[in-house]
Each structure stands twice: as structure tokens, then as C-alpha cells.
Ligand binder design. Structure first.
Ligand code: ZN
Length: 425
């Protein structure tokens, strides 16, 4: 296809191969140090392996499902087993026996969301050690994780430099800047302060990044729900474009109105460079994925598919999900989904899974996690095929009809899709 955007950097290439003629959706080949040409295509969903493992799913199984890139959490890995240990193991890929691509987050989000006490100033995020109250659970000295932390010191400081140092040690293909995370419903001056600080921290992250030849630092657009701030943030961060191989849209999926959510996403995809990947953080519901792809997003991650699996819920095309804990599945000997290629659907019935969940049995969480990850990956593969054959608008219509069989389409879905020329009503 002619006139398609392309970027070729030190450790990342992004080649747009197809564009939807109606919506803002596109398919691109993303080439990373652990991903040769022609393997990894966007739009892509990245399952989250919190501490170098997807709970209940082996890396072998992920490979069989066709997963090419997964996410690991810097906060968790930095604490256990610790960045030095991961580095000595040969990096996160070697540690977990995963030779495909990995993205690590900056750790900032977990520090703010998981820590009982955290405060932010220009220097960094000060947070309470997760091991400071009660018994210490690890032999790893927490001091190696953040500057100023000692085993005796309850409060620890994470700076942009420290986040990048840890992520350099972990060795993921894509690393994220430390940003100033504010809750999406925060209002007033704090939102603007966090936006400007995230820009300054991007500069500090760029300066601290040692492995530009094998690791790609992504910027994170902040600015809450305020369009003017998002515009400034995009413009400022794009001034650093030569040091930034990709951009994330951050600070969403935190309980905001969906009407606000999609408008910010769409605004950012309009402003961000066409020739670099756009990653919308923390998005994982099937409907959200399809809508955001139509709005021009390329990459997604979310714990939702594996988390909901552990509560006995299977993701399906018709109606969205099945709560396999329900009695009605006791004598249902069909698979979760007839046409699902995953090993759970090929081998086991809803009835069997219903029984395992009721025991409860950890195999149930594992089998459901495998299906749910397969569901997400399959969905994205179908999305990419539809964009390539330029039938994406029709794909969206049938997909939305199946997800909402009663026709009760959420207003935000119809509005967002209509903004890119697709009428699903
Ligand atoms: Zn399945």
C-alpha cells in the first residue's frame, strides 16, 4: 500500500501496512529486538505477566496461543526478585524463558495505587515499602530498589532515573517513562502540574536511558480529561520525538465516564505521529479494544482477562462473558466457545469447568486464563484481518451486535464509532 507511514529507529521499526478507508484503524508490523520482521502486528493486545509470569499460564502455552509480546511490572520485579537478580539471570526474557518481546511499565502506577502512603514531588514518588509493616517477606534488600530506601527505612523514593535504571537492568524491549500519576477524576491545578511534571520527567528518563540500541523508551501523554492539557502534552512530548520511538496515552481507565474516555483517546490519536505506535494503557474490555482500534490505537494491555478468569468468568463473543460458576452450566457439555482454537475449548466442557471452579481448583483459573488470553489474541487477529481486507466497519457492526444481542448499545460506543464514520445503530 502506498503512502503508508513508516519509522525506523535504533531498536524499533514500525511499518504501517494497511489502513481502514473509513475509520482511523491501521495494521502495522512492529519490529523489536526480540521480534524479527513479519512476526508482531498491531493492533495488539499484550497480556500482563505481573512478576515475570502470567498467573496460571506457562510461557510455552502463550507461544502456542500466538502471543508475541507481554507486559511485566517493574514495581513487582524490582522488589522481587529485584533488578540485580533479574540482570544476573540475563534479563527478564531469560529469567522467564520467553524469547519474544516484553514491555515493562515504569512502576509509578503501582506505587501510587498499591501503596497505602505515597506522595509526589519534583524529585520523584515517595512511597511506603510494601514490606515495612509487618514481617518482611523477601530476603532481597529493598535498598537496591530505590534510592534512599534501607531495610530500616519505611519510606522509599522512586525517581525517573531509578525507574529507567531498573528497567535497563530488566532489559525489556519497550520501557516506559516514570510519569506523575493522578487519578483520572482529579480536578484543578493538580492535573496541570502532573502533566508538566511528566514532561520534565520524560527529559530525565531520556537522559538516564543507557540502552537505546536495544530498549525503546515510550513517553506517556497525561493531562486528565482536559483536552487543552492533552494537546499541550502531545505537542511538548513530540518535541522529544527523536528520543521517543512510541507514545502511550496514560491516565485513563480509572473510573471516568466512557464519554470522556473515548474523546481523549481520539484527540490524542489525531495529534500523535502517524509513523509511531500509539499505546492506550490499561484497556482490555473487548468492546473498548475494538472502539479504540477504530480511533487509531495500536497497542493495549490489561489484567482484566486473566483476573476475571480467576473469578470464573470466560470471555465470549456473544454477550461478552459467561459466569461459569452458575448452575446452568452444570449439564452444559459444550466448550466455552465452539470456534475457539485454545486448548481449553478443544478439550474441556463448560460443565467440567463449572465443577472445577466450585471445588475450587487452581486448574480452573489456569484453563480459563488460557481461554481468555486466546480470546483477546483471536479478537485482535480478526480485527487486523478486517482492516487488511478493508472490511473493518462491517466487522465492527457484527461484533457490536454479537456483544449486545438485545441491541442495548452503550451511547459512548455509538458516539465514538459514529465519530469515525461507522453507524452501528
Ligand atoms: Zn477457548
Amino acid at each position: 500500500m502506498s503512502n503508508c507511514a513508516k519509522y525506523s529507529g535504533e531498536a524499533l521499526s514500525f511499518i504501517v501496512e494497511a489502513k481502514c478507508s473509513v475509520t482511523k484503524a491501521r495494521v502495522a508490523n512492529l519490529i523489536l529486538p526480540h521480534c524479527p520482521v513479519g512476526k508482531l502486528y498491531t493492533p495488539v493486545f499484550m497480556p500482563v505477566g505481573t512478576a515475570a509470569t502470567l498467573k496460571g499460564v506457562l510461557t510455552e502455552q502463550l507461544k502456542t496461543l500466538g502471543c508475541e509480546i507481554m507486559l511485566s511490572n517493574t514495581y513487582h520485579l524490582g522488589i522481587r526478585p529485584g533488578a540485580d537478580t533479574v540482570e544476573r539471570a540475563g534479563g527478564v526474557h531469560k529469567l522467564m524463558n520467553w524469547e519474544r518481546s516484553v514491555l515493562t511499565d515504569s512502576g509509578g502506577f503501582q506505587m501510587v495505587s498499591l501503596s497505602k502512603l505515597s506522595s509526589v514531588d519534583e524529585n520523584g514518588v515517595l512511597f511506603q515499602s510494601p514490606y515495612s509493616s509487618g514481617e518482611k517477606k523477601s530476603n532481597q534488600p529493598i535498598a537496591e530498589y530505590v534510592d534512599g530506601g534501607t531495610e530500616q527505612n519505611d519510606m522509599l523514593l522512586m525517581t525517573p532515573e531509578k525507574s529507567i535504571q531498573i528497567q535497563n537492568q530488566l532489559g525489556a524491549d519497550i520501557i516506559m517513562q516514570l510519569d506523575d500519576v493522578v487519578h483520572v477524576l482529579t480536578e484543578g491545578e493538580r492535573v496541570e502540574e502532573a502533566m508538566w511534571r511528566s514532561i520534565r520527567w520524560l527529559d530525565r528518563c531520556i537522559a538516564a536511558h543507557k540502552n537505546t540500541e536495544r530498549q525503546n523508551l515510550f513517553a506517556i501523554i497525561q493531562g486528565g480529561l482536559q483536552h487543552e492539557l492533552r494537546k499541550i502534552c502531545c505537542a511538548e512530548m513530540m518535541k522529544r520525538d527523536k528520543n521517543v520511538p512510541g507514545y502511550a496515552i496514560g491516565g485513563l481507565s480509572g473510573g471516568e465516564e466512557k464519554q470522556d474516555f473515548w474523546r481523549v483517546v481520539s484527540l490524542c490519536t489525531d495529534l500523535l505521529p502517524e509513523n509511531k505506535p500509539r499505546y492506550c494503557m490499561g484497556v482490555g474490555y473487548a468492546v473498548d479494544l475494538v472502539v479504540c482500534v477504530a480511533l487509531g490505537v495500536d497497542m493495549f494491555d490489561c489484567v482484566f482477562p486473566t483476573r476475571t478468569a480467576r473469578f470464573g468468568t470466560a470471555l465470549v463473543k456473544k454477550g461478552g462473558s459467561l459466569k461459569l460458576t452458575q448452575e446452568i452450566f452444570k449439564f452444559d457439555f459444550s466448550p466455552i466457545e465452539d470456534d475457539c482454537p485454545c486448548c481449553t475449548c478443544k478439550r474441556f466442557s463448560r460443565s467440567y469447568l463449572n465443577e472445577l471452579i466450585s471445588q475450587p481448583n487452581s486448574c480452573a483459573a489456569s484453563l480459563l486464563s488460557i481461554h481468555n488470553v486466546a480470546f483477546q489474541l483471536q479478537l485482535m487477529e480478526n480485527v487486523r484481518s478486517a482492516i487488511i481486507s478493508d472490511t473493518f466497519p462491517n466487522f465492527i457492526k457484527s461484533f457490536i451486535q454479537l456483544q449486545f444481542p438485545k441491541g442495548d448499545y452503550p451511547v459512548w460506543v455509538t458516539e465514538a464509532l459514529s465519530s469515525v464514520g461507522v453507524d452501528v445503530k
